[in-house]
Design a protein around this ligand. Sequence first.
Ligand code: NAD
Ligand code: LMR
Length: 325
Amino acid sequence: MSNPIRVAISGAAGQIAYSILFRIASGQLFGKDRPVHLNLLEIPQAMNALSGVAMELEDCAFPTLAGLTLTDQAEVAFDGIHWALLIGSRPRGPGMERADLIRINGPIFVGQGKALNRSADDVRVVVVGNPCNTNCLIAMNNSDVPNDRFSAMMRLDQNRSKALLAGKSHLPITAVSHMVVWGNHSNRQYPDFENARINGRPATELITDTAWLRESFVALVQERGAAVIKARGLSSAASAANAAMDHVTALIEPTADNDCFSAAVCSHGAYGVDAGLIFGLPLRTRANGTQEVVEGLALSPWAQEKFNIVLNELRTERDVVKDLL
Ligand code: NAD
Ligand code: LMR
């Protein structure tokens, strides 16, 4: 077995963590032949609960789990790590928007951004805690880690979009590709059905109900998180953990067959997005494990309007946290 990959997970006693930790520890994410050392970060009040999670991890006797570090200090959690999954932050409740959390959760990512300077040279940072795009912006701006190593999760939105298009067309999920979700993990995100493909053909050739696509589909994806909260009384956890697994895998494995995936990354100006914003874009992972933005996707005037709405939302969020950048 090779040297352990070191993975930090914040919010490790929380709900999403409870759905992802066991999958990572079992070797499902980094491979059955790659031992993993988990650095579990929590706030002091949750350290007792975290010790129970650690007991359960130990009791699974996973051959790939090389070790656990439990801490309430970000500097300890991020020391020498190769991956940081920044989940720890407050979830919204019924009737709230994710942006309502911005001044509650944003400050967490100032200190954590600085603490990331202790990580390994090749660290990759994935922000899940909401509002994840702007929290990622804060962490990135407070860290010396290169900007291209930060991303925020749009994958749950991509997965929700694919599930809806597959269901509507009565085809398997695997038939849906090129599912881009532009912009922000918010209710103004734009899930781009015009560029999506089903069985390699434009989705709009198989689903010809334009009213459903423009109104129902887009709104269902935008409001899915709120619908889960309304029904469950708690925000999505297992599907969020699953999306985080998919997100990391997409960053590691070369993207197949001319497809692309969605993640929010630091803009370099493609599609007219302000440089430096953390914006959901179509990406491909090259054979060497780096990412490129897929350029040249066409947006109809209708879609461009949706795109501009979410771009302006992220500009506003950036202004709201400018003292934290
Ligand atoms: P949770 O309340 O169950 O767990 C959050 C954990 O974070 C808690 O144990 C808490 O003690 C811990 N925490 C808070 N501040 C921390 C800090 N400074 N350092 C370390 N840990 C800290 O919440 P959850 O359901 O696991 O959700 C976590 C976050 O993920 C929320 O902000 C939620 O909105 C977000 N989320 C994002 C997506 C997405 O697609 N991006 C999807 C689902 C949930
Ligand atoms: C989701 O999309 O399910 C999460 O971001 C949780 C939320 O607040 O909606």
